[in-house]
Design a protein around this ligand. Structure first.
Ligand SMILES: Cc1cc2nc3c(=O)[nH]c(=O)nc-3n(C[C@H](O)[C@H](O)[C@H](O)COP(=O)(O)O)c2cc1C
Length: 202
């Protein structure tokens, strides 16, 4: 089994994390790799914002403002590091939804890489994610939108291994209606030989 398949199969989200966090330097390596997602016209329509320490309190205040609460929200304090995921839309023939897909792809890829590196990650949003106060606190420009935050910290040593339902691939992978027969019918080939199908259909 390839390392990627194993990493994806075993990843999970960690709602509770410890106070340990990856360093800025560690993040740079992972962000550089995550940025290798498929990207139409290589627009790089995304950026990430690192929130540590008191940054999280400032976010707590912005959340309270957008919710009309007097007390700062304590939500951002649930992890030592939050990574704000920003879609930075470029002027381009590439539509906005494709650019948002790239930004989301980077966040998924970074979550996976962090998990694989031993860190606990939880992607969170809220009704305040795209509020004015929260955008201002992050210094977002007019062409930018938040996609939420990756809450990152250490994996607690004695955490319960939460069960995840297996994904029923057959319920999610199908053919077009009125299906035609493939020249070399890859659907009948043994699923355990990845790569063969590519060659047959090329
Ligand atoms: C864009 C996005 C936003 C999310 N926001 C929340 C959230 O605010 N609260 C929450 O409980 N889960 C949220 N989730 C789901 C969790 O990150 C997580 O995927 C889910 O709890 C399932 O756990 P698993 O990843 O271990 O299967 C969000 C996921 C995505 C992709």
């Amino acid at each position: 089994m390839s390392g990627a398949l194993e990493a994806v199969r075993t990843r999970r989200s960690w709602s509770k994390v410890t106070d340990e966090a990856p360093t800025h330097a560690e993040l740079l390596t992972l962000v550089s790799a995550a940025g290798r997602v498929a990207d139409h016209s290589s627009l790089r329509p995304w950026r990430l914002i690192e929130l540590r320490g008191a940054d999280r309190e400032r976010l707590g205040k912005a959340i309270a403002k957008s919710e009309g609460d007097k007390k700062p929200s304590g939500k951002p304090l649930r992890a030592p590091l939050l990574i704000g995921v920003v879609a930075s839309y470029r002027k381009s023939k590439v539509p906005r939804w494709e650019q948002e897909a790239v930004a989301a792809g980077v966040a998924h890829m970074l979550s996976l890489l962090l998990d694989d590196a031993g860190w606990g990650v939880f992607w969170r949003t809220g009704s305040y994610t795209r509020s004015k106060a929260v955008a201002k606190a992050h210094g977002l420009k007019k062409n930018e939108e938040l996609l939420g935050w990756l809450y990152v910290g250490g994996k607690p040593p004695r955490a319960r291994i939460g069960r995840r339902k297996a994904v029923d691939a057959r319920a999610h992978l199908s053919r077009m209606p009125g299906k035609t027969k493939y020249r070399d019918d890859a659907t009948t080939r043994d699923a355990g030989t990845p790569g063969d199908g590519d060659a047959a259909q090329a």
